[in-house]
Design a protein around this ligand. Structure first.
Ligand code: NAD
Length: 496
């Protein structure tokens, strides 16, 4: 059985422990992944700290040249990496290529770092005195990432961290670890010095070793809210800077004036794309006023048309879930919703895919008459289940969204600019789409939710990424001519 190694100091490193990696489409073990802990993390920190000495002294030009080369390699290997992701995650190859493209946009942002990393300069703040500011890297930083975007989410982090002069340790999800090693090899081919980008595989032991290690300055985390909170508390207690993005329950609100065919089409893709395993997936549709019955009828037709199959089969819309446990959790949630009074309009439970009977498949499920008290509304199901909640007014829909503990993404479907403006100003949510179902911000904006979707106060990438991976210095300068030398006073210095 193929063993996926760690990647430390530019070389594959194998440890004594390993865990299975499954092919979700068949339900069989396809490889084993090395499982690291304190020893492997310490080795990675040692390599990254040594590399930081020279990498942080390299020029901006040198660092962005590596990013240009890395970007080109991501383009050339998109299909290959897409297939690796599809095989371990289950999503379609096209969907995997989409996540690589969105991740590559962060590399492109990092290629333009020379502009966004410019400091500031104030001339003559006092007589003969100037002030300038600039930012410097932190040192060794780490990223801990979820299974659902094995390429894109790490790409939210490492290009900006590395381009700003840090060295990086990635602890990817143990469920689909191969993309991380593939990316490490591309970085090496792009000319990145050994030790600047390292991968330590594993689970809780590796995470805890990162959170506790005194040689790591900052931790970026993306995953479920429970673990985000844990990571934030533990790492900040050691004085580390932390960005911790958590789970989601994203609502799409549909007003009666919306084009219902358009809205249903986009909500279907947003709910069932990637089998609902996206932090920006739409899991609740709030049908306002008399939009409800018509919307549900169109959504039902579209859910029944979704083609479920292995991610590498042409024509597949939606692949399997990541694990057997995830499949069971999602199907049990549909059963519970029915017990609690929801109408199961489309039932995805028990779906079998020909030739892939052992795969972790479930079909799209559509639940109507869901209320805020039901488990299907309160819990992040992270699967292909769309819950319809009915509301009388837009104000009621906004109140519903704001009462939900999560605040990652939301979308409004309407023809009214006035309603859209009221919605975007009123919802306590970080990322908002107006007639856009999955409003993932571009690389030069930051990504992050509100409330339980973001623990602490650091969103990810864009200007926030630069701020997160650097710290500022402000320099006050005087170059006096001999005649201008003044006597220092004992009072607190002020400008004159
Ligand atoms: P997860 O929280 O189970 O795992 C994330 C990372 O934490 C993995 O690397 C995992 O190895 C590690 N981990 C898991 N349990 C741990 C523990 N007890 N102690 C220490 N580390 C632990 O998340 P997941 O299932 O891989 O991913 C799905 C979740 O991620 C969903 O909740 C989804 O909403 C969220 N997510 C959020 C965003 C966002 O931008 N807000 C993006 C992608 C995914």
């Amino acid at each position: 059985m193929h063993l996926i190694p760690h990647w430390i100091d530019g070389a594959e490193t194998r440890g004594p422990d390993s865990a299975p990696v499954f092919a979700p489409a068949t339900g069989t073990e396809r490889a084993r992944v090395s499982v690291g802990g304190a020893t492997e993390v310490d080795a990675a920190v040692t390599a990254a700290a040594a590399a930081f000495e020279t990498w942080s002294e390299s020029s901006l030009t040198q660092r962005t040249q590596v990013m240009f080369a890395f970007r080109q390699l991501l383009v050339e290997h998109e299909e290959e990496l897409g297939r690796i992701i599809s095989a371990e995650h289950g999503k379609t190859v096209d969907d995997a290529r989409g996540e690589i493209t969105r991740g590559r946009e962060i590399v492109e942002f990092a290629c333009g770092l020379g502009d966004v990393l410019k400091g500031s300069f104030s001339d003559q703040v006092s007589r003969g005195v100037d002030v300038h500011s600039f930012r410097q890297p932190l040192g060794v930083v780490a990223g801990i990432t979820p299974f659902n975007f094995p390429a894109m989410v790490p790409l939210w982090m490492h290009p900006i961290a590395i381009a700003t002069g840090n060295t990086f340790i990635l602890k990817p999800s143990e469920r689909d670890p191969s993309a991380a090693n593939f990316v490490a090899a591309l970085y090496q081919r792009a000319g990145l010095p050994d030790g600047v980008f390292n991968v330590v595989h594993g689970g809780k032991d590796a995470v805890d070793a990162i959170l506790d290690h005194p040689g790591i300055e900052a931790v970026s985390f993306v995953g479920s809210t429970t673990i985000a909170r844990y990571v934030h508390e533990r790492a900040t207690s050691h004085g580390k800077r932390v960005q911790a993005l958590g789970g989601a329950k994203n609502h799409a609100v549909v007003l009666p004036d919306a084009d219902l065919e358009f809205a249903a089409d986009h909500i279907t893709a947003g709910a069932y794309g990637s089998a609902g395993e996206r932090c920006m997936a739409l899991s609740v549709a709030v049908a306002v006023g008399d939009a409800a019955d018509r919307l549900v009828a169109i959504l039902e037709g579209k859910a029944r048309e979704v083609t479920v199959g292995p991610g590498d089969r042409p024509g597949t819309d939606m692949g399997p879930l990541i694990t057997r446990a995830a499949q069971e959790r999602v199907e049990n949630a549909v059963t519970t919703a029915h017990t609690q009074g929801a109408t199961v309009v489309v039932d995805g439970r028990g779906l079998k895919v020909d030739g892939h009977e052992g795969g972790f498949f479930t079909g799209p499920s559509l639940l109507d008459h869901v209320t805020a008290e039901m488990d299907a509304y309160r819990e992040e199901l992270f699967g292909p289940v769309l819950a319809i909640v009915r509301a009388e007014t837009l104000a009621e829909a906004i109140d519903l969204i704001n009462a939900n503990p999560y605040g990652n993404g939301t979308a409004l479907f309407t023809a009214s600019g006035e309603a859209a403006r009221r919605f975007q100003r009123g919802v306590k949510v970080g990322m908002i789409g107006i007639n856009v179902p999955v409003p993932v911000p571009m690389s030069y904006y930051s990504f992050g939710g509100w409330k339980d979707s973001l623990i602490g106060d650091h969103p990810i990438h864009g200007a926030e990424g630069i701020r997160f991976y650097t710290r500022p210095k402000v320099v006050t300068t005087r170059w006096p001519r001999p005649a201008q030398l003044t006597v220092a006073g004992f009072d607190f210095p002020t400008s004159d």
